[in-house]
Design a protein around this ligand. Structure first.
Ligand SMILES: Cc1cc2nc3c(=O)[nH]c(=O)nc-3n(C[C@H](O)[C@H](O)[C@H](O)COP(=O)(O)O)c2cc1C
Length: 428
């Protein structure tokens, strides 16, 4: 990678209101803005000025109030990523634009065509975070009773991506070697009828976040950038080594895939002030909200249970919608520690989904990022602002310039496409 491109990659994972479940209640938060075009335009310009590689939007296919379990307070909707990214493309010229899209509840020709559109109108800045959908309520929105089993979801994902790739290659005038396979499974038959001009990036950058063996193999096979939760340097290094080993076994060059662990953050001028802000955002998630939050993550209505008692593990595992063994593994430590439901849910809401959390000053955050990069724990970070937009603003204004001064982050983009930002070289 060219030095001018920096050693550290930055992606902004934007979840509407931010990372912490109580974040939308912070005085500086602007939850209403997630419905306004100007908000997305401003964020896109800010992130590009700070020289991020890309902006990413997630994908939630489940009804958040399914089974009456998670009433209104968690139900802040996520808007369609393609629409938001098209708006952002209109006010920027370099930053990458990544939409998360499921391969379990879409069809390849349709998804390939949407990404082709985003890639054209952004002049080669599109990326696809490929997910297989984990929430067990999602199938209800697609007329299906239950989620496909995980290895079947990943097998479908691989065939889906092959078919989409055949579409993009054919559209770019380079029929894929595997086009025949794609045609055989009857998923792909329209690209040949289209006459596309050449795009500066023939297909979107492929992104993945597999954790299970099936998921990691899929990521190692297909992804150019990979998200993961990594709470410590050792966890990051172990994940990166594992993916690199899987990639080598598949004949891929590991230097062509970036490992980007999630990093949530709260910033302030002093460490004490940052700690105070962190405590405040945690306090804003009251017991009721924390119990609803964990309820949604395991697919079981914990609000019906006495909050001052421990989890009745057998009762929950017999009825929860997520796989019982995963839920048992997740809740057992709290039961063994003798925690009440309220305390365990509060703990969970403090560290959502196992991601690393940084609380401190811009200088400390730059130090920490540099340490992780130097230790080979990652190639960059998928940043998840503690709440929006103020924490992202602080990062762009104060941490990004420090990273640039240290030669870690590009001062200028080296090329026009998202793939250029990842690899520091032009690859058509
Ligand atoms: C940073 C990050 C963001 C993710 N975003 C989404 C998302 O928006 N939608 C989704 O269905 N899954 C999302 N996932 C879940 C992954 O796709 C994946 O299912 C998860 O990491 C577990 O891996 P496994 O599928 O191999 O078990 C995300 C994971 C990570 C680490």
């Amino acid at each position: 990678m060219s030095r001018e491109n920096g050693r550290l990659h930055l992606w902004a994972f934007l979840q509407g209101i931010g990372f912490f479940p109580g974040g939308w209640r912070v005085e500086k938060a602007t939850p209403d803005a997630v419905f306004q075009r100007a908000y997305y335009e401003r964020i896109a310009r800010m992130v590009e000025d700070a020289r991020f590689d890309a902006i990413v939007f997630g994908d939630q296919l489940q009804g958040r109030d399914a089974a009456g379990r998670t009433p209104g307070r968690l139900a802040i909707p996520t808007l369609d990523p393609f629409t938001l990214l098209a708006v952002m493309a209109g006010v920027t010229s370099r930053v990458g634009l990544v939409a998360t899209v499921s391969t379990t509840y879409n069809e390849p020709a349709e998804v390939a065509a949407k990404f082709a559109a985003l890639n054209f109108i952004s002049e080669g800045r599109a990326g696809w975070n490929i997910v297989t959908t984990v929430h067990p309520n999602s199938p209800w929105n697609f007329g299906e009773p239950e989620l496909l089993e995980k290895s079947a979801r990943y097998a479908r994902a691989q065939a889906f991506v092959d078919a989409a790739d055949a579409f993009w290659r054919q559209a770019a005038g380079h029929p894929a070697a595997n086009a025949a396979d794609a045609l055989r499974n009857q998923w792909f038959d329209i690209a040949g009828t289209l006459d596309f001009p050449t795009s500066p990036q023939y297909r979107p950058v492929l992104v993945q976040a597999g954790q299970s063996p099936d998921g990691r193999n899929f990521a190692a096979q297909s992804a150019e950038a990979i998200f993961c939760p990594a709470p410590t340097i050792d966890a990051g290094r172990a994940y990166r080594d594992d993916i690199h080993e899987r990639a080598r076994a598949l004949g891929r060059d590991p230097s062509k895939m970036l490992i980007m662990p999630g990093l949530a953050f709260i910033l302030a001028d002093t460490e004490e002030e940052a700690q105070r802000k962190h405590r405040h955002v945690l306090e804003l998630a009251d017991d009721q909200l924390c119990i609803e939050y964990l309820s949604e993550s395991i697919g079981y209505d914990l609000t019906r249970l006495p909050a001052n008692q421990p989890f009745p593990l057998d009762e929950i595992c017999a009825a929860c919608e997520f796989p019982a063994e995963d839920v048992r593994r997740m809740l057992t430590p709290a039961v063994e520690a003798g925690l009440s439901i309220a305390d365990a849910c509060r703990d969970y809401a403090r560290k959502p989904r196992g991601h690393a959390i940084f609380v401190g000053t811009p200088e400390q955050m730059a130090d920490r990022m540099e340490t992780w990069i130097d230790a080979g724990a990652c190639d960059g970070f998928t940043l998840q602002p503690g709440y929006m937009p103020s924490e992202l603003e602080l990062f762009c204004a104060h941490v990004a310039p420090l990273l640039q001064q240290r030669g870690l982050l590009r001062r200028e983009y080296q090329g026009p496409t998202l793939r250029d930002h990842l690899l520091g070289e032009f690859r058509a």
